[in-house]
Design a protein around this ligand. Structure first.
Ligand SMILES: NC(=O)c1ccc[n+]([C@@H]2O[C@H](COP(=O)([O-])OP(=O)(O)OC[C@H]3O[C@@H](n4cnc5c(N)ncnc54)[C@H](O)[C@@H]3O)[C@@H](O)[C@H]2O)c1
Ligand SMILES: N[C@@H](CCC=O)C(=O)O
Length: 576
């Protein structure tokens, strides 16, 4: 009895040892990491867009995903720290702006202790992540793009439609196409960064540049209006070997979480990106208090960005280095028509630029300068088309416009409409109505002003309101000056002209008026890989999302010089 018990105890111990060794996490540091001397990326191109025309299979699948998500709401979104779901007991809600009584998801709110844990986890994950060969890091993001393109396209789009109020096309170009494009093109741009090497080597010398990730962790803070921007803010620094703490915008929590889950399924190691929704100011204070804070990667409003910049400056003595601050912010974007412009093109481009996604794009058209020789035709066509725009719940595909994001935005935008209604220099020539009984719906609104410096010509509204100023056709210079200097921003702008000399002249005079400048095209709709995006002046640091330039901000180059020829005498020949 005793013997058999001891045998089975020994067997048990052996089995336990076997199990514990087979389950133990291998020590990756002791492995030889495979090294490709060089590698060639698969071809990178823009994600193709299906049309979602009536009766198309893609429309059917998407609407099914929307219906499923709507009927299964609310979903629940945890924090993800070190790969684990964390519940905090402090729960917030994300509503559907088309039907604001409906909760899309509940989500956990990070407290200071969770932020601390996220930072420490990100720092602990850093060494193995930055030591992973670049092609293994690249592979994770390429895989994520393929997962999004195929398996999760409709899920990500449905979360963006219901949560952020985008119609089918706006969700397609954001949650599906632009997100895939960021994930893939950043991989291509990273190759450009790593291959940037010294131009010359003296005889017997070999110079190299190591593009090191930053020391410490990166903090990514994203806006509600583009699912793709959230994805880019978190993944671009991560691709370059950094670890990231990501705070999504409350009104984009679910779509951003879907992207996060895709990254996990694609093999992103635990801790490389920590997902922590929650109270913005409190989370940020805790982050900025940490000595290893190395960079802010922000997109959002100008005021918030300026405040964050000041807070970082006030804390400067706490940090190991000088934090990199990368921020893309607001805009007050313009279309300037020359007297030779093709009116119908300018009208159609202006309708899209001002009212797609309810004008909630940083690039949205907000100021129109039209010469008096074209104004009668422009006004007639523009007002007619604006009045024909259908506004309503985004679950009805025939609606060109949906709701604005929330009550705060609704009140702010309608405040501008009321201001225009009451200002003697302004006249509302289309729209001007709104209704928040079920969703936050605002009719597309056109204001005509006699004062080019009226409030709605200067401040970012971030809603479906555009103001037009009619200028004397012969005073093109005056109109250029207005476009250039009325607002403090410098994000996007467009010149419409069939006279090439006039287009060239305006392009030159408006050099600093817009980081993204268009000729005979609308001022929105930049495509990753085609027009890198960002503006200067109050619009941000213009580091250009969707370019190698942005990735350069998340590496700290080290120059390495190796000498093959021993030095035999310290004297110079000139000392002889
Ligand atoms: N230039 C660009 O590329 C670009 C792109 C998209 C949006 N935007 C701008 O973003 C704005 C709209 O987005 P939004 O409403 O989400 O902007 P927002 O500034 O309100 O919020 C952006 C992010 O900052 C966080 N935040 C807010 N207050 C904060 C605080 N006190 N401390 C720390 N974090 C804080 C939010 O929670 C969110 O995650 C517009 O001004 C738009 O022009 C710019
Ligand atoms: N990439 C977008 C701008 C994003 C801002 O919200 C465009 O060009 O329309």
């Amino acid at each position: 009895m005793f013997a058999s018990r001891s045998v089975s105890a020994r067997q048990g111990l052996a089995a336990q040892r076997f199990l514990s060794t087979s389950r133990a996490v291998p020590n990756y540091a002791t492995y030889r990491v495979h090294q490709l001397g060089n590698h060639k990326l698969p071809e990178i191109t823009n994600e193709p867009n299906p049309t979602y025309a009536p009766n198309s299979p893609e429309r059917e699948k998407l609407m099914q995903a929307v219906e499923e998500l709507r009927s299964q709401s609310p979903q629940h979104v945890p924090l993800i720290i070190n790969g684990k779901e964390v519940k905090t007991g402090n729960v917030e809600r994300q509503f559907m702006p088309s039907e604001h009584s409906k909760v899309l998801c509940t989500y956990e709110n990070a407290g200071p202790e969770h932020v601390e844990e996220a930072i420490e986890g990100a720092l602990a994950a850093k060494s193995s992540w930055e030591n992973l060969p670049i092609y293994d890091r690249q592979a994770i993001f390429l895989r994520a793009a393929d997962l999004l393109s195929q398996k999760y396209r409709y899920k990500a789009m449905a979360a963006t439609m219901l949560g952020q109020g985008k119609n089918i096309w706006q969700a397609e170009i954001d949650a599906a196409a632009e997100t895939c494009d960021f994930l893939r093109y950043n991989v291509k741009f990273s190759e450009e960064v790593y291959s940037s090497q010294p131009a010359a080597n003296s005889r017997g010398i070999w110079n190299r540049v190591e593009h090191r990730p930053l020391e410490g962790f990166v903090y990514a803070v994203s806006p509600f209006n583009f699912t793709a921007i959230g994805a880019n803010l978190a993944t671009a620094p991560a691709l370059m070997g950094n670890t990231v703490v990501w705070k999504p915008a409350p009104a984009a929590t679910l779509s951003n979480y879907v992207i996060y889950q895709i990254l996990q399924e694609a093999g992103l190691p635990d801790g490389v990106i920590q997902f922590i929704p929650g109270p913005a100011a409190e989370i940020t204070r805790k982050i900025f208090d940490h000595p290893e804070f190395s960079s802010l990667h922000f997109t959002g409003s100008t005021k918030v960005f300026k405040d964050l910049w000041k807070e970082i400056s006030n804390n400067l003595d706490k940090y190991r280095g000088y934090p990199r601050i990368v921020g893309e912010t607001g805009g007050k974007n313009f279309h300037l028509l020359h007297k030779s412009a093709d009116v119908t093109n300018a009208v159609n481009q202006s309708v899209r630029a001002a009212f797609e996604f309810q004008g909630q794009k940083c690039s949205a058209l907000s100021r129109l300068y039209v010469p008096d020789n074209l104004w009668p035709q422009f006004k007639k066509e523009f007002v007619e088309k604006v009045n024909s725009i259908k506004v309503g719940n985004i679950t009805d595909p025939s609606n060109f416009m949906g709701p604005v994001i929330n009550k705060l935005a609704f009140d702010k935008i309608t405040g501008y409409i009321e201001h225009a209604r009451n200002a003697p220099e302004c006249e509302i020539i289309a729209g001007g109505k709104y209704d928040e009984s079920t969703g936050y719906f605002i009719q597309p609104t056109v204001v005509e002003t006699k004062d080019p410096f009226t409030k709605t010509m200067k401040e970012e509204i971030f809603g479906p309101v555009v103001t037009a100023y009619v200028y004397p056709a012969e005073d093109f210079d005056g109109a250029i000056e207005l476009a250039n200097s009325t607002a403090s921003y410098g994000l996007t702008g467009a010149i419409f002209s069939q006279d090439r000399n006039a287009a060239v002249y305006a392009t030159s005079k408006l050099t600093h008026a817009a980081g993204n400048f268009y000729v005979n095209d609308k001022c929105t709709g930049a495509v990753v890989g085609q027009q890198s995006f960002g503006g200067a002046r109050a619009s941000g640091t213009n580091d250009k999302g969707g370019s190698a330039n942005l990735l350069h901000r998340f590496v700290s180059p080290r120059s390495i010089k190796e000498n093959f020829i021993p030095l035999e005498d310290f004297n110079y020949p000139s000392n002889q």
